[in-house]
Ligand binder design. Structure first.
Ligand code: ADP
Ligand code: ASP
Ligand code: MG
Length: 439
């Protein structure tokens, strides 16, 4: 069994959906196809939900109608036979009827999640209408029947495994299953989701519980590149990454992968392949146990970082100080990305500003607090980079003009992280591309 996940752009045009059907039927191996919403849909649903949340029902209605029009045009090219056209129209009618009904219901967080789930439900159902039209045997599985998270928003692996396995047992001869990425049920059994970009996470979770032969992530680029192609002109795909390297890159901003989607596949040693739907013959990137080669492989950037500095002369030689500091962050469920210490100060970074006020108030008992916003973490990732000669020298030589505010080195042999003001991100990524990759 293998998992094939297709992202928003891979299903975002009728002809791309046709291509996805060709790709998933090209090989005999049984597979679960995980689809995202058509590109742009989740953003549109977020906007509709936002307008509803602030009471702008007229604007929400206008946006619902625009989206419905878009879907009607989409299916007009997706399918051709009378039967398939009518089925596709029924799917659209069902989901847009729901969106129109919610205009009359009072807004809640649960309703917001229901709204966001419509994108993946639409894409998978429309894809199945197309498969049926083409006479391609398949089974539709509702992710809401097996994907679930607990009260801490962590996936319930055992339950996912149990429910999915029992669903699959109902179709022993089936070789092609289609299901939704991103959506799930929460601890209250309500519809919920795995956060933006979460379809990758769905795919990796399914690959892990089923011990799949491979987890293929099909997207709009030929693998993980050595630098962010949205910011830097000359980038190149990486052939092999270890699970650790890929996890660091995903967590530190490489948008091609959801930040936490590597660990499930890693847990069961299922290789993850990043492939290009528009260029299926390209080698892409394989993410596996072994790193392949030593040295710097890629750079990623994570924006929206807040640096917090705690200065205290009382801290000198005071054991237990770090524990007390970290307990404040734990209390407010705010995770720390970078940490550096000196004898009289500790600096940390966080990416979540929900409780910064409470955290800084509590930290004031330990010393003076300085907060800097609009920071970016630049992560240089590779296998055993700390053992690679001259990396630090080349790195700092190439960014002499950048005001680096923090450095993390040595915690992981695969990562060097720098904190810089976000205004310098583009320049830093470009300079590092030249300095470290000679591109
Ligand atoms: P999908 O809709 O298929 O999930 P995403 O938009 O989430 O696709 O991810 C693919 C995009 O990630 C690429 O188009 C690219 O712009 C962006 N990206 C950011 N960093 C990287 C990187 N290091 N390598 C490849 N793509 C990257
Ligand atoms: N459709 C969701 C999003 O846009 C999930 C995904 O595409 O992975 O975030
Ligand atoms: Mg994505």
């Amino acid at each position: 069994m293998k998992i094939m996940k297709f992202g928003g752009t891979s299903v975002g045009k009728p002809e791309r959906m046709h291509q996805v059907a060709a790709l998933v039927t090209a090989e005999k191996e049984s597979k679960i196809v995980v689809l995202s919403a058509l590109s742009g849909t989740t953003n549109a649903l977020i906007e509709i939900s936002h307008q509803l949340s602030i009471g702008y029902k007229v604007v929400a209605k206008q946006k619902i109608d625009e989206l419905e029009k878009y879907y009607k045009q989409f299916v007009a090219t997706l399918v051709t036979t009378e039967n398939a056209v009518s089925k596709a129209q029924q799917v659209i009618a069902e989901h847009f009827e729901f969106l129109n009904v919610i205009l009359k219901i009072s807004y809640s967080d649960a309703l917001n999640k229901d709204i966001l789930a419509q994108g993946e439900l639409l894409s998978t159902k429309l894809f199945c209408v197309y498969l049926k039209e083409k006479g391609i045997p398949h089974t539709f599985l509702s992710a809401l029947d097996f994907m679930c998270i607990d009260e801490n928003e962590e996936p319930k692996l055992e339950r996912i495994n149990r429910r999915l396995s029992s669903a699959l047992k109902n179709y022993p001869a089936e070789t092609l299953f289609v299901t939704q990425g991103y959506i799930c049920r929460n601890a209250r059994d309500e519809v919920d989701n795995l956060k933006r970009g979460g379809s990758d996470y769905t795919a990796s979770l399914l690959a892990s519980v089923l011990n799949a032969s491979v987890c293929e992530i099909w997207t709009d680029i030929d693998g993980m590149h050595n630098n962010d192609p949205r910011v830097v002109d000359k980038t190149k795909p990486i052939e092999i990454l270890s699970f650790e390297e890929a996890a660091e890159l995903a967590y530190f901003g490489a948008k091609i992968l959801h930040p936490t989607c590597i660990w499930p596949a890693q847990q069961n040693n299922v290789p993850v392949k990043l492939l290009n739907t528009m260029q299926p013959q390209a080698a892409g990137t394989v993410i596996q146990k072994e790193a392949g080669s030593v040295g710097v492989k890629a750079i990623a950037a994570k924006d929206g970082i807040i640096a917090i500095k705690i200065k205290s002369s009382r801290m000198l030689l005071a054991y237990g100080f770090l524990r007390k500091t970290f307990e404040v962050f734990e209390k407010y469920r705010t995770s720390i990305d970078m940490v550096t210490t000196s004898e009289v100060a500790v600096a940390v970074t966080v990416d979540n500003d929900a409780h910064i006020k409470e955290i800084s108030e509590e930290l004031e008992q330990f010393g003076s607090i300085e907060i800097e916003r609009e920071q970016t973490i630049i992560s240089i990732v590779g296998n055993e980079i700390s053992k690679t000669p001259d990396v630090l020298q080349t790195l700092f030589n190439s960014i002499q003009s950048i005001p680096v505010t923090m450095v993390n080195y040595g915690g992981s042999p695969h990562n060097i992280s720098l904190l810089i003001p976000s205004a310098y991100k583009k320049e830093t990524l470009q300079l590092l591309n030249k300095g470290l990759f000679k591109l």
